[in-house]
Ligand binder design. Structure first.
Ligand code: GLU
Length: 309
């Protein structure tokens, strides 16, 4: 869309910014027009809802059953993963599909899910306070977080990477970040890794990565860092303005966050993931969402059924 060389650069940048932020601005949504290369709705799997499913050992499940629907925490500004259409309020992406297939396995029709957008820094609190039943949003499983929440999965393996402007020539990897302004989301593992391992980088934190990208396009920061899966989505929206550079420099196994004490729910979700990986739903969901970024479906990582602590 922004390929024409006759459009002056400042205008191109503005247009690019608009294209990137349009899905987030309610006023700009055109009815029935999915974002650029949005999920292929007709290709999404139809998840079989488990009949007569019961999980009395799970407080979360029992409470949701009484309530009549699940409340699931997600992201809303991560293309191909978790993205909210401002016109319709509908969420789409790979994480959203994982949330839906899990709902069906727990006996709740996916269309009844109430999605709540929760930023990276607020996930543990949201699960601890019972604001959400589970969380699916590029949520890395690690030992520190396991002190506060439980994780089913992993269901995908990402890696930390860097997003820069298309014309950037100096940044090829994290070793080039000395003195550069690098943006990431507060409370995220990529933010923590830059802080610990690349202390000469000038770190800037916002609640969301889309604000970081906005800052990158307007020359207020030099790079955005987070998982490759997330960055590829932003780059795909404005390929003439942004590029992902270097090789991933961490392992980010994505898990489904659950309340810490609810081992019954965690293990039921592990079973459900395993079943959906076996019956092809996982791959079909991937192909219709994250797969649109051009990365073919990998083998899902082995599920880690760790003992309750
Ligand atoms: N996967 C990383 C994390 O959980 C970065 C992505 C995110 O912030 O959701 O911190």
């Amino acid at each position: 869309m922004f390929r024409s060389t006759r459009v002056p650069r400042p205008l191109r940048l503005l247009l690019a910014l608009f294209a990137l932020l349009a899905p987030l601005a309610a006023a700009c949504g055109k009815e029935g027009s999915p974002p650029g290369k949005g999920p292929a709705a007709e290709k999404l799997p139809h998840y079989q809802v488990a009949q007569g499913f019961s999980l009395p050992g799970s407080r979360t499940w029992t409470r949701a059953k009484k309530r009549g629907y699940l409340v699931v925490g997600v992201k809303e500004d991560q293309p191909y993963l978790g993205e909210k259409d401002p016109a319709t309020g509908t969420y789409a992406g790979f994480d959203i599909e994982i949330a839906r297939m899990m709902s069906a396995s727990l006996g709740f029709p996916p269309r009844t899910i109430r999605f709540r957008t929760i930023a990276s820094a607020n996930r543990e609190t949201a699960l601890q306070n019972g604001q959400i039943d589970y969380y699916v949003g590029t949520y890395t499983i690690n030992a520190n977080r396991k002190k506060y929440v439980g994780f089913a999965g992993p269901y995908y393996l990402a890696g930390q990477s860097l997003l820069v402007r298309g014309k950037e020539n100096d940044i090829h990897g994290p070793q080039d970040l000395d003195g550069k302004r690098v943006c990431s989301a507060a409370g995220s593992t990529p933010y923590q890794r830059i802080k610990a391992d690349y202390p000469k980088a000038v770190l800037v934190a916002y609640d969301t990565y889309s604000v970081c990208v906005d800052n990158l396009l307007t020359y207020q920061v030099d790079a955005v860092t987070t998982d490759d899966a997330i960055l590829i989505g932003y780059a795909a929206k404005v390929p003439d303005e942004l590029k992902v550079v270097g090789r991933p420099f961490s392992k980010e196994p994505y898990g489904i966050g659950v309340p810490h004490a609810d081992t019954a729910l965690r293990l039921a979700l592990d079973d459900a993931l395993q079943a959906r990986e076996r019956d092809g739903d996982w791959k079909q969901a991937y192909d219709a969402t994250l797969g649109l970024s051009g990365v073919p479906a990998p083998h899902p990582p082995a599920i880690d059924r760790y003992p309750a602590s």
